[in-house]
Design a binder for this molecule. Structure first.
Ligand code: ADP
Ligand code: MG
Length: 251
């Protein structure tokens, strides 16, 4: 099989908000099956990068490719068609639905082109898959039919990851998936994400601040500072790089 190019190629991406360049000529690749860490101080452009790749924001300039195909810019439904999934820095679940309904709805992005005929029973099929995915991210079955807003924070974060997995992503982008979590739960989330990613051949881009976690799970780390990519390499090298350490200490 011919390798048609990286899971994601970011080329010279710039995103301005008025006078502020949240991203300045950012370029890097994510290889197929790679677990890439994205770090940088607050306000360095990490979430903006995920928003641009997912199509939630249109870049001011630059291009994106997945497996050698140009991605449409600023079109989240097209990006979902390309099997690029994401979670959000702040939890964004459907608050008037149960846990399993939230996850099942993640399959909807696979049915953008569905015209409506013969669709009876789709949700029941999605629900069955949602149950499998909820088991995968270890949400206890006793919680599946509860309103998501009544569930613990850490469980809600797992539900978000489960919902993203329902889109059958080739690339999964996680924006601070363990923010506010204790060290052991952070480790557990990363362990299960990397296991699922390996099993399903998913490339991962994860924003994470925990250095031991980055060392353990990331194949590579890229660093943003004031919208510029200042480092790209192995965790051992990047996390010891003087400019990287200074960017963090300087915040
Ligand atoms: P990070 O995720 O690394 O903390 P962000 O990508 O959220 O950083 O933000 C990068 C910069 O862009 C910040 O200065 C932020 O205030 C600004 N920014 C982000 N989103 C918007 C927006 N929608 N409108 C205006 N400014 C924004
Ligand atoms: Mg952010």
């Amino acid at each position: 099989q011919v390798e048609p190019g990286p899971a994601l190629a970011v080329r010279d991406v710039t995103k301005r908000f008025g006078g502020l360049a949240a991203l300045s000529n950012v370029s890097f690749d994510i290889r197929k099956g790679e677990f890439l860490g994205l770090i940088g101080p607050n306000g360095s452009g990490k979430s903006t990068l995920i928003n641009v790749v997912s199509g939630a924001l249109e870049p001011t300039s630059g291009t994106l490719e997945a497996h050698g195909r140009r991605l449409s810019l600023g079109r989240p439904e097209k990006t979902a068609d390309e099997r690029i999934g994401r979670t959000f820095q702040g939890i964004r679940l459907f608050t008037d639905f149960t846990a399993i309904e939230n996850v099942a709805l993640g399959a909807y992005c696979r049915h953008q082109r569905w015209t409506g005929s013969g669709g009876a029973g789709y949700f029941a099929i999605w629900r069955r898959e949602a149950a499998e995915v909820l088991e995968l991210v270890r949400v206890p079955a006793s919680m599946w039919s509860r309103d998501v807003t009544t569930l613990p924070y850490g469980i809600q974060r797992r539900i978000e990851i489960a919902r993203a997995l329902m889109g059958h992503p080739h690339l999964l982008m996680l924006d601070e998936p363990t923010a506010g979590m204790a060290e052991d739960e952070t480790q557990e989330i990363f362990a299960l994400v990397s296991e699922v990613a390996r099993e399903r051949d998913i490339s991962v881009l994860a924003v994470e601040h925990d250095v031991p976690v980055m060392r353990t799970y990331c194949d590579r780390v890229v660093v943003l500072n004031f919208g510029q990519l200042i480092a790209d390499g192995s965790p051992e090298v990047v996390l010891r790089d003087r400019t990287v350490v200074e960017a963090y200490l300087g915040q």
